[in-house]
Write a protein that binds this ligand. Structure first.
Ligand SMILES: CC(C)(COP(=O)(O)OP(=O)(O)OC[C@H]1O[C@@H](n2cnc3c(N)ncnc32)[C@H](O)[C@@H]1OP(=O)(O)O)[C@@H](O)C(=O)NCCC(=O)NCCS
Length: 168
């Protein structure tokens, strides 16, 4: 399995199915347009034949002061703090059945890309707007809700550096 930038002409996503029709359709129809318009970078996990096994999107984002819980906003400025947004993430259902751990591999790739970004511009944390049934997946990597019960989860860059130091 290779993970790298999405190339619409090369990557076959016709059979991609993650269980959420909107996430499937995004990859088939809109991902290329999003890249061209400077809205996202899209990364795919693909097999040797170019068949897509999973994907995620990354974008620049910011978190407003009032979005943080009282505890998490301590020491932060009143203005929005810079973040990297994992806007979408999905693995193919058959790849999940085969135990390929595509989601973990993609998330680790996304965190490494975010660390690279944090070396050249200010990035406080990585955020993701989790679907209710996927929050547990992100929490395994240390993501926490911005507010109790919030679908928006975050992982500070410092925590990612520690994960990377442990060889994640
Ligand atoms: C969420 C998703 C990306 C996870 O990908 P995956 O390929 O299943 O992930 P992995 O196989 O690497 O799983 C890693 C671990 O997380 C666990 N896990 C997977 N999905 C989980 C979930 N939804 N909730 C809690 N734990 C989950 C796995 O059981 C595995 O546990 P283990 O280490 O004990 O074996 C995938 O299930 C998916 O695409 N779901 C549909 C779309 C979706 O909800 N995307 C998220 C949008 S925010």
């Amino acid at each position: 399995m290779n993970i790298g930038p999405f190339e619409p002409a090369r990557h076959d996503r016709t059979g991609f199915s993650c269980g959420h029709a909107g996430l499937d359709e995004y990859l088939r129809r809109y991902a290329g347009q999003g890249i061209r318009n400077g809205l996202v970078q899209v990364y795919v996990a693909a097999d040797d034949g170019g068949r897509v096994l999973g994907y995620y999107t990354l974008s620049a984002a910011s978190v407003r002061h009032e979005e943080w819980s009282d505890e998490a906003r301590r020491g932060l400025p009143k203005y929005p703090v810079p973040a990297v947004l994992i806007g979408r993430m999905a693995s193919d259902a058959r790849a999940r059945e085969a135990g390929l751990r595509v989601g973990s591999r993609l998330l680790i790739h996304a965190l490494k890309q975010s660390l690279r970004a944090a070396k050249i511009l200010g990035v406080r944390c990585v955020i993701v707007d989790s679907k209710p049934d996927a929050a547990g997946f992100y929490q395994r990597f240390g993501f926490l809700p911005l507010q109790p019960g919030s679908p928006r989860l975050y992982l500070p860059v410092g925590a990612i550096e520690r994960l990377a130091g442990q060889g994640a």
